[in-house]
Ligand binder design. Structure first.
Ligand SMILES: [Zn+2]
Length: 94
């Protein structure tokens, strides 16, 4: 068995090992946190603890800027694909 670093192992209020998740909010893009593994399900606790240090303002701006560009490109790509294949769009509507 490998030694487990106690600092990296978090337990939530259900006494379960918390899961490491990545936040994608504009305030914390790409910042990881521990949360209850039952999050979103009935009976889940409200356990929450950041894993990563706070992201510097400049990095947030850069990451959010890149995400906006990526979203824009994906929308443009979808628009182009639906123009190329009007049949698939009609097929989805039927
Ligand atoms: Zn829990």
């Amino acid at each position: 068995m490998e030694a487990v670093n106690a600092n990296n192992l978090q337990c939530c209020h259900c006494n379960e090992v918390a899961v490491l998740t990545t936040a994608w909010t504009p305030k914390n893009p790409g910042r990881r946190f521990f949360g209850c593994r039952f999050y979103g399900k009935p009976g889940a606790c409200r356990f929450f603890r950041w894993y990563d240090e706070e992201i510097p303002e400049r990095s947030k701006e850069v990451i959010n800027g890149l995400l906006r560009r990526l979203n824009k490109l994906e929308r443009e790509k979808e628009a182009m694909e639906s123009k190329k294949n009007p049949g698939t769009v009609v097929g989805k509507l039927l």
